[in-house]
Structure formats: C-alpha cells, structure tokens
Design a protein around this ligand. Structure first.
Ligand code: NAP
Length: 251
C-alpha cells in the first residue's frame, strides 16, 4: 500500500474486550491502528496487541495512553496519533465503564464518572478528531452505545443515560458532518462476553441467554465485524444510524 492510500483507525479502550477485537479486525482490514488505553495495568496488553496486529496484518500499530474523560489528554493523544500516522480516518469511541447501583442509592460520583467516561469521552474524541477529518474531507466515526441506552436497565441509570446520550451525539454529529463526507454511526451491542459481563453468575448468564433469540451471548468479534463494515466503502451511504448487534435481545 502506498503512503497515500494508507488509512488510520483510532480505537479507544482497545487493550482488551470489544475494543481489542475491533482494533484487530480493523488491522486485518488494512487500517493502521492507534490503540488507546487508560490504566497503567493495560499497557502491557496494549503493547502485545500492537505487536500482534503488526505481525498478523502487515499494517502499523502503536499505543497511546490517555483518559478519554480528560479533554486535554485526548487533545494531546489525537495530536500524537496524527503526528505518528499522518491522519485519522476512522474513530471508534469504544472506551466505557459501568458503576451499577439502584437509583435511590447511587452516588453523584457513580453517576458522573460513568457519564464523563462514556459520553464525555466520546465527545472529547469527536471534538478533537472531527477537525482532522473535515480537513481530509473524509472520515468514519463509530460510537459504541448499548441496547441499554435504547431500552433502559434497572440498576444502570448512569450507564443507560450515557449510552442514550451517545445516540443523540451520533445523530447530531451525523447531521453536522455529512457534507464533509464524514459518516457517524452507533453500534448498540447486547450482551457480549467480556470482562464487563464476566461478573454475571452462571444462572444470570442462562437467564440472559433465554431472552436472546440466538440463544447465546455475543462475542467481541460480532461487534468488531460490524465496526469493520461501517468503516468500509460498502457503508459509505449509511450515517446517523444505530445498528443493533444483540442476537435479537431487543426484539
Ligand atoms: P471492558 O472489557 O471492561 O473494556 C473496557 C475498556 O475501556 C478497557 O480497555 C478500558 O481500558 C477502557 N476504558 C475505561 N475507562 C477508560 C478511560 N477513562 N479512558 C480510556 N479508556 C478507558 O468492556 P467491553 O465489554 O469490552 O466494552 C467495550 C464497550 O462496549 C464499552 O463502551 C461498553 O459500554 C460497550 N458495551 C459492552 C457490552 C458488553 O456486553 N460487554 C454491551 C454493550 C455495550 P483500561 O483497562 O486501560 O482502563
């Protein structure tokens, strides 16, 4: 691939789980990959993932530490990615946390930390990456929402609000940026097997599976394949949409 044809994808929270699967799949699809991670304990996993992507897919991959909830850290990260790769063509806002609790017992901190990371993080990345994409006159922004943002979930007012907010952010940004050939879409995964759902008991997992038409939890690759599609030329005329990847849970 010539330097001119190279495309770069920035994936947030990509050291593990769904983010790692997305980074890997975008690498396999020919994108250079910027892997964002947050905590020091994720640095090793991020480094190993970058090595793996470079070996498997003959693309470039590099790691960038930043807390997506911090506006200035994201600004510095985006500048560093642009410096390293020359542009940013795909942004996947994947970083996310939960801090569950019933509304009557939820602390302000519990609410704010989840909204600041999940929704604020997506805004911070969009805010700093959009000008680069506007200059390029092309870009794909993919925001990871959740079925919970569409239908709600007891014990998750903070998480559901952040994920519903991501849908509003997606649709509004799609309206603003469409004329610059930038698409903005959201993926709403159902229950995907990662550390986030690992905490569920076997009975809990069985109860969940019984509500999923396909009868099983999803794999991170199920979400990753959808992200690759949205980043591809085949999805050039899709914007402002929320794609469910939930095995029929939301039916
Ligand atoms: P996960 O395994 O817990 O991974 C979350 C990732 O987010 C980690 O890599 C973590 O990095 C990163 N992260 C957290 N806070 C961050 C911050 N402030 N700045 C940068 N990165 C941060 O979760 P997952 O299941 O893969 O979830 C990925 C996304 O999918 C999330 O947005 C989640 O809400 C969404 N989702 C998941 C499911 C599911 O069933 N698993 C369903 C619907 C939606 P560090 O370890 O470095 O902190």
């Amino acid at each position: 691939m010539t330097e001119q044809q190279r495309r770069t994808a920035l994936v947030t929270g990509a050291a593990r789980g769904i983010g790692a699967a997305i980074a890997q799949a975008l690498g396999a699809a020919g994108f250079d990959v910027a892997i964002n991670y947050h905590s020091d304990k994720s640095a090793e996993a991020a480094r190993i993932l970058a090595e793996q992507i470079e070996e498997e897919s003959s693309v470039r991959a590099a790691i960038f530490q930043a807390n997506v909830a911090d506006f200035d850290e994201v600004k510095a990260m985006v500048a560093a990615v642009k410096e390293a790769f020359g542009g940013i063509h795909v942004l996947v806002n994947n970083a996310g946390i939960t801090a569950d609790g019933l509304v009557m017992r939820m602390s302000e901190e519990q609410f704010r930390s989840v909204v600041d990371t999940n929704l604020g993080g997506a805004f911070n990345c969009l805010r700093h990456v959009a000008p680069i994409m506007v200059k390029q006159r092309e870009g794909r922004i993919i925001n990871i929402s959740s079925v919970v943002g569409q239908y709600g979930n007891a014990g998750q007012v903070n998480y559901a609000a952040s994920k519903a907010g991501i849908i509003g952010l997606t649709k509004s940004a799609a309206k603003e940026l469409g004329r610059k050939s930038i698409t903005v879409n959201a993926i709403a995964p159902g229950f995907i097997e990662t550390a986030m759902t690992e905490a569920l008991s076997e009975e809990g997992q069985a109860a969940l599976s019984s509500r999923i038409s396909l009868g099983r939890l999803g794999a991170p690759e199920d979400v990753a394949n959808t992200a690759v599609f949205l980043a591809s030329d085949s999805a050039a005329y899709i914007t402002g949409q929320v794609l469910g990847v939930d095995g029929g849970l939301s039916l």
